[in-house]
Design a protein around this ligand. Structure first.
Ligand code: ADP
Ligand code: MG
Length: 273
């Protein structure tokens, strides 16, 4: 039977890492689906001009008449951009390539770093969006103005980190940016956690990276490690989250465990089955 919604207060999480290909979008889609499966009402907000989260959730370009670009420029409300997905309780605000021009367009505006915060401020009162308990912002692979807007609007950052040799090097730079945003724009910003992705048990380097990152970041690192899993990489081409494409695969199961950890860190309990 369908689980009832839990009606938790709104939490805004930014999925950020300036490196591309580390699992931000995959985590936005599949953590979002897993949170929805345990009773949360989730909005994935696509802030990457590439629009991979939109595509991966089955929203083709023709259906993106109103996008996060229009919302960020103030030409449309967030509610106008939000589209339901095939997953109950999971919706998406899609992006288009228009976002590529946004940085230039906002450059002279005094509130340029706070545009997204302004957009999300009234979400609890917005018609059709009142029930949302998680906004997951899928950031572009850059520490540009879009990512700064996401960090300025978020309660916390969730950092996907690929199990590869240079993982820690990129992390230090990201942590410095988080510090700067906390100091200048958003004092409440915390780090929800660091999720290690694309773990390959046959590769010694993968295990070494896990040990190094845990040594450096301690319990900020989720216990759940997302394995490299072919079903996860196949799912987006079907326009589906991995959890719909193959719920039993190791990757989907890992994202379900991650969702439990995420809500536990916030002191929430899932809706009763
Ligand atoms: P980002 O958004 O950080 O650029 P993506 O989530 O798009 O990264 O992931 C980059 C690529 O790696 C995509 O092709 C995606 O399908 C693949 N991928 C991500 N996570 C996994 C995983 N756990 N197993 C296999 N492939 C993965
Ligand atoms: Mg991405």
């Amino acid at each position: 039977a369908e689980r009832p919604s839990v009606r938790h207060p709104l939490r805004i999480l930014a999925l950020a890492n300036q490196k591309g290909g580390v699992g931000k979008t995959t985590t936005a889609i599949n953590l979002g689906t897993a949170l929805a499966a345990i009773g949360e009402d989730v909005l994935v907000l696509d802030l990457d001009p590439q629009g991979n989260a939109s595509t991966g959730l089955g929203i083709d370009r023709a259906r993106r008449q109103v996008s996060t670009y229009d919302v960020m420029t103030g030409e449309a409300s967030l509610a106008e951009a939000v589209i339901p997905t095939a997953v109950p309780r999971l919706s998406i605000a899609p992006s288009t390539m228009d976002l590529l021009g946004l940085e230039m367009e906002l450059a002279t505006l005094p509130d340029r770093a706070h545009r997204l915060r302004g957009v999300l401020k009234d979400i609890a009162q917005a018609k059709g969006l009142e029930r949302i308990s998680y906004v997951l912002i899928d950031c572009p692979p850059s520490l540009n103005l879009l990512t700064i807007n996401a960090l300025a609007a978020a309660d916390a950052v969730l950092v996907p980190l690929q199990c590869e040799f240079f993982a820690l090097e990129g992390l230090s730079q990201l942590l410095r940016t988080v510090e700067q945003v906390r100091g200048a724009l958003n004092p409440k910003l915390t780090i929800q956690g660091i999720v290690l992705t694309m773990f390959d048990p046959r590769n010694n380097l993968s295990a070494q990276v896990v040990a190094d990152v845990r040594g450096f970041m301690g319990d900020k690192v989720y216990e759940t490690v997302i394995p490299r899993n072919v079903r996860i990489s196949e799912a987006p081409s079907h326009g589906k989250p991995a959890l719909l494409y193959d719920l039993k695969c190791a990757g989907s199961q890992a994202y379900l465990r991650l969702a439990s950890e995420v809500i536990q860190r916030e002191g929430r309990v899932p809706a009763a089955a």
